[in-house]
Design a protein around this ligand. Structure first.
Ligand SMILES: CSC[C@@H](O)[C@@H](O)C(=O)COP(=O)(O)O
Length: 343
């Protein structure tokens, strides 16, 4: 099995998700600036994977400044953590991981520079391990709502590639499949970055999980025709009222699911919940380069000078969500009340 993220010999290795499925290459991060680039350019992507990567980015930053005196070390480290924090705006796991590293630095501010570095590395390793355990726990809870012979629709990539291992929505799918359920997965290709076509399809094929890749626009037809029993997607940020930001196109699926009464579940760890915001309209939605829309694999497909709108995420209103599968159990409406219990 591939490793999405690996920290080895003071370097961070990330499977290069820009190159999959055609090439399996690892991108080497030697310093925190490499990590910032990797997150921005989507070498690594997916909310939990970004969080764990940023934590190791903090470790690399501390390593870089380890020869400085304490005052300068702390100053430089703080600045690096801020840069990492701003590398992508929507997935709250990034801010969560950086906050955790910042708190640790603050708690240990009287320790030596070498000791702070050691603690940061220890913390990043804990975040890494916790993510795997969290995904396994979500998968167990999620499996309870997967019927035998379920035809499951998923969007984007919420798999091992989007996390440290196993995945969120794909973790539930793995659990159901390995537990003996005869499931079938429809993977939306997920324009414009094609995380479904490139990454989810690759993960499913590697493990022989029965699946079909579909253009995004096919999904509502399958839903209407009674060919989907369950929709499972990941999340980048969940507000207290249950509104959920996920990959662009998720909202559209939720609308179709509601019209045709198909269960629509979010699978996300509690680290994806933003306890500081009440509603989805407070979530910053990343807008990405227009070339993601005007070009495919570097080849122009749209006319020059065309104006483009390219939000990377949309917000699904809580009313369209049947439940949120977390590592602490499945949360259902009323969301505010039930989400607050997860804190
Ligand atoms: C377990 S991953 C959940 C989400 O992060 C995923 O569905 C998603 O939207 C990823 O977006 P991306 O832009 O590829 O980082």
């Amino acid at each position: 099995m591939f490793k999405t993220i690996e920290f080895k010999d003071s370097k961070l290795y990330l499977i290069d998700q820009r190159k999959l499925p055609c090439e399996t290459q690892y991108f080497q991060c030697n310093n925190y600036k490499d990590v910032e680039f990797a997150i921005k350019d989507m070498v690594v992507r997916g909310a939990p994977a970004i969080g764990a990567t940023a934590a190791y980015g903090a470790v690399l930053a501390a390593k870089e400044f380890i020869e400085l005196d304490k005052e300068n070390f702390l100053k430089k480290l703080d600045c690096a953590l801020e840069i990492l924090n701003n590398s992508r705006p929507t997935a709250v796991n990034l801010m969560w991981a950086i906050r955790r590293m910042k708190n640790l630095v603050y708690k240990n501010r009287e320790s030596s520079v070498a000791e702070i570095y050691r603690k940061l590395k220890e913390e990043a390793d804990i975040i890494y391990k916790e993510d795997v355990a969290t995904n396994k726990a979500m998968a167990k809870y999620g499996n309870e709502i997967v019927p035998q012979n379920a035809r499951i629709l998923t969007h984007c990539n919420a798999g091992a590639l989007a996390t440290v291992a196993y995945g969120t929505a794909l973790g539930v799918i793995r659990e159901a499949y390995y537990g003996g359920k005869e499931i079938f997965v429809y993977a939306d290709e997920t324009r414009p970055r094609l995380q479904g076509g490139k990454l989810t399809a690759w993960e499913l094929i590697q493990e022989n999980i029965p699946c079909k890749l579909i253009p995004d626009s096919v999904a509502p037809t399958l839903i209407r025709d009674g060919k989907i029993d369950l929709i499972l997607v990941g999340a980048d940020r969940i507000a207290l009222n249950g509104d959920t930001a996920n990959k662009i196109g998720t909202f559209m699926l939720s609308v179709a699911a509601k019209v045709y009464n198909i269960p629509f579940y979010i699978v996300a760890p509690t680290t994806t919940i933003d306890f500081d915001i009440e509603k989805g309209d407070e979530i910053e939605i990343e807008e990405r380069d227009i070339m993601e829309v005007t070009h495919i694999n570097g080849v122009r497909i749209a006319p020059e000078n065309i104006e483009v709108y390219n939000p990377a995420f949309d917000v699904t209103p809580w009313e369209n969500i049947t439940g949120i599968i977390t590592e602490k159990g499945i949360v259902r409406p009323p969301y505010r009340e039930n989400i607050l219990q997860l804190r």
